[in-house]
Design a protein around this ligand. Structure first.
Ligand SMILES: *[C@@H]1O[C@H](CO)[C@@H](O)[C@H](O)[C@H]1NC(C)=O
Ligand SMILES: *[C@@H]1O[C@H](CO)[C@@H](O)[C@H](O)[C@H]1NC(C)=O
Ligand SMILES: *[C@@H]1O[C@H](CO)[C@@H](O)[C@H](O)[C@H]1NC(C)=O
Ligand SMILES: *[C@@H]1O[C@H](CO)[C@@H](O)[C@H](O)[C@H]1NC(C)=O
Ligand SMILES: *[C@@H]1O[C@H](CO)[C@@H](O)[C@H](O)[C@H]1NC(C)=O
Ligand SMILES: *[C@@H]1O[C@H](CO)[C@@H](O)[C@H](O)[C@H]1NC(C)=O
Ligand SMILES: *[C@@H]1O[C@H](CO)[C@@H](O)[C@H](O)[C@H]1NC(C)=O
Ligand SMILES: *[C@@H]1O[C@H](CO)[C@@H](O)[C@H](O)[C@H]1NC(C)=O
Ligand SMILES: *[C@@H]1O[C@H](CO)[C@@H](O)[C@H](O)[C@H]1NC(C)=O
Length: 596
């Protein structure tokens, strides 16, 4: 799990020790270790992998060196047992950085050491996602620590600190959540669904969280040095032990804010650098799960909604800030916010978008969020005015500014085999007429260039349990593999397939049948099945894009992020709603379509 430790001593450093005291202790210890390090280690590796465990007895012994009011050293929670030891030291990596850092370490060659390149936080889909998830969901209880339910948590390194939390920008800070039952005993079974949010004035991200399946969960905090300042880390327990996956999950929703930690991210003088984000290339869309962030590069506090429901807060040509995006940030109508992930996106103007889409045929298959995205792409990006895009849509669209350019957009609803119906989701594919209807588009000499699909929110309503959905997803993947196989056999160019994950439902909808717990699982299962059948080429993680905005209904009505602008009362009682999250998706899709 962790890299090889550079020091032989296996010490455990406790989290309940006062921060500044720790630095002091570390200074002493660091001094010792540099000597050990010189002859046995590459010094740059030493710092990068500096995950040392400190012995609590040593720390107690050194306590009197503390000049501050060192809080007590007592261990409030026992994480000393063997299997937990690996995590004991992780979050201590960062606070030692200010101690003159790598630049003060002697370079055996006598020259300054090379800057250390840090790594961005990333998210991953578990391998064999569907079968692993099924196995975990079915894990039997039988022991008190498995049968109990989570009431609270303990986070080593964050809880029981009696002072402001300061972290270095750039670094990854990893923490472990231990789930506790109602009498404070550790639980030893996973499946709790925590919502995490790291928000500052100009940054919003979801710290990715990993479930170890034994009552422990880890998450990582990271903020780029351009965005130092005050943040809140919020941790909500939305559902316990896979209860969000239930057929009727609402009455099981826990939905409690367990922690809000104010955290200040500061710049260190270290030579550590995060690699600069670059523009997304075609090969960047192979990642199954993204760990992006929204950053803010402009703000108009006086911004008012216009009569037509638009938020034209910044000049339309208000520029992006390199490297967070490229193009006119004003055109996203987000009052300065933009999304980026392991790479960043171009924001298209009409000319560039038309040039890219000319002569193409895009085929959308998914829920009503697709209708919004198509309408927004036409109205906001392609300058084609169109009031509504129905659930079945097929149109050759000409550039109003250049009649020589056109694009065909087709969209077929997958919420029900009959577009007037609802709540069938992938089960629609068991309807013969519906299957034939879809196949028809892929049976000629000319077929769509691109197929953009999602498993929609309707699946959240239809499927009684995870096992049944997994079967439905498997059959859906087999269906598309057969359709595309047919195209291939006719020696027609096979459409490239983009899988666009379903939104994180927002506000009140977080507790309902299509809650984020279930939709994230369903996203992963279908993605896993489509991969097994070799169907998809590219992934756009819209779940991650919508996530930082899903806590309330400011940017969604619960289930849609791109409803047409309108100056009226929105879901939350306020006038107007913000549609920029979906508009960002339009640009991200254009990035995939137009990337090389
Ligand atoms: C720390 O200081 C206290 C009082 O000043 C003393 O009683 C104690 O023995 C000291 N502890 C160590 C480990 O030196
Ligand atoms: C140390 O902290 C305790 C409680 O947090 C307080 O009562 C005490 O006065 C402090 N001592 C010093 C020297 O600051
Ligand atoms: C902590 O856990 C270890 C190993 O499970 C055990 O030996 C020890 O007694 C525990 N300590 C406390 C204070 O509970
Ligand atoms: C840390 O750096 C400062 C200033 O650069 C220097 O005065 C100090 O001696 C250094 N400390 C150590 C332990 O090298
Ligand atoms: C020591 O300096 C040399 C020359 O600048 C550099 O190539 C090497 O990476 C440095 N060593 C370490 C451990 O940073
Ligand atoms: C953190 O949360 C508090 C309480 O909700 C709020 O007053 C404060 O502005 C927040 N800070 C940031 C940086 O968002
Ligand atoms: C960083 O370096 C600058 C200039 O060398 C210095 O003024 C500042 O105090 C340093 N900050 C820290 C936290 O060491
Ligand atoms: C769009 O144009 C293509 C070829 O130019 C034609 O085959 C298709 O029927 C047209 N579709 C619609 C909905 O007009
Ligand atoms: C869809 O449902 C409507 C109303 O139930 C019905 O009138 C229509 O014939 C159905 N269409 C198809 C293709 O089944």
């Amino acid at each position: 799990m962790l890299p090889e430790k550079p020091v032989h001593a296996s010490w455990v450093f406790r989290s309940t020790i006062h921060w500044s005291f720790r630095v002091l202790v570390l200074a002493v210890v660091l001094g010792l270790m540099i000597f050990w390090a010189i002859d046995s280690l590459d010094v740059s590796d030493f710092h990068k992998d500096f995950l040392v465990k400190f012995d609590v007895n040593l720390v107690k012994g050194l306590k009197n060196f503390s000049t501050t009011n060192g809080s007590d050293v007592s261990i409030n929670f026992n994480l000393t047992n063997q299997e937990n030891q690996d995590f004991a030291g992780i979050q201590e990596v960062s606070p030692i950085k200010p101690l003159n850092d790598t630049t003060d370490l002697v370079n055996v060659t006598g020259k300054p050491p090379a800057p250390v390149i840090l790594k961005w936080v990333s998210a991953e889909l578990d391998p064999d996602y569907s079968s692993n998830l099924l196995a975990r969901w079915l894990t039997p209880g039988g022991e008190p620590c498995k049968d109990s339910s989570t009431e609270d948590i303990f986070i080593q390194g964050l809880d029981n600190l009696d002072h402001q939390i300061d972290l270095w920008a750039g670094d990854r800070h990893e923490y472990v959540i231990q789930a506790l039952d109602n009498s404070g005993r550790p639980r030893c079974l996973g499946g709790d669904y925590f919502e995490t949010d790291l928000s500052g004035d100009a940054w919003k991200s979801r710290p990715p969280i990993k479930d170890f399946g034994d009552g422990r969960y880890s998450f990582s905090l990271q903020v780029h040095p351009d965005f130092v300042g005050d943040y809140n880390l919020t941790i909500i327990l939305l559902f316990r032990h896979y209860q969000g996956l239930k057929f009727s999950p609402e009455r099981f929703a826990f939905d409690k804010v367990l922690r809000v930690f104010p955290i200040t991210f500061k710049n260190s003088n270290s030579s550590h650098r995060l690699p600069e984000i670059r523009r997304c290339k075609k090969s960047d869309y192979t990642r199954d799960a993204w760990a992006g962030r929204w950053t803010r590069h402009g703000k108009n506090d006086e911004c008012m909604i216009s009569k037509d429901g638009r938020y034209r807060c910044l000049q339309r040509d208000y520029p992006c800030k390199h490297p967070w995006c490229d193009g006119s940030l004003g055109s996203v109508e987000s009052n300065g916010w933009v999304y980026s992930t392991h790479c960043s996106f171009k924001l298209f103007d009409a000319k560039a978008a038309w040039r890219c889409l000319n002569n193409r045929w895009l085929f959308f298959w998914g829920d009503s969020n697709h209708c919004d995205t198509i309408r927004n792409m036409l109205n906001f990006v392609l300058n084609v005015e169109i009031a509504t895009v129905p659930r079945l849509f097929d149109m050759n669209i000409t550039n109003p500014k250049n009649p020589g350019q056109s694009v065909r957009i087709t969209s077929v609803f997958n919420g029900h085999y009959n577009h007037t119906g609802n709540y069938q989701g992938l089960n629609s594919l068991y309807n013969d007429a519906y299957r034939d209807y879809l196949k028809k588009y892929f049976s000629g000499e000319i077929v769509p260039d691109t197929l953009i699909m999602n498993s929609g929110l309707h699946d959240g309503v239809y499927w009684p349990n995870l096992r049944k959905f997994t079967k439905g997803a498997q059959d859906a993947a087999a269906f598309w593999a057969e359709v595309l196989g047919g195209v291939r056999r006719r020696k027609v160019v096979v459409p490239e397939v983009i899988y666009r994950t379903t939104v994180a439902t927002g506000g009140y909808a977080r507790r309902l049948v299509f809650n984020p717990n279930k939709m994230e699982a369903f996203n992963g299962v279908l993605l896993d099945k489509l991969r097994q059948f070799g169907v998809i080429d590219h992934v756009v993680d819209h779940f991650d894009m919508t996530y930082p905005w899903h806590f309330d209904n400011r940017c969604n009505d619960g289930v849609h992020y791109g409803r047409a602008p309108a100056k009226m009362r929105w879901r939350d009682g306020q006038i107007g709603h913000q549609y920029f999250v979906d508009l960002m998706l339009c640009h991200v899709l254009l990035n995939v379509l137009c990337a090389r």
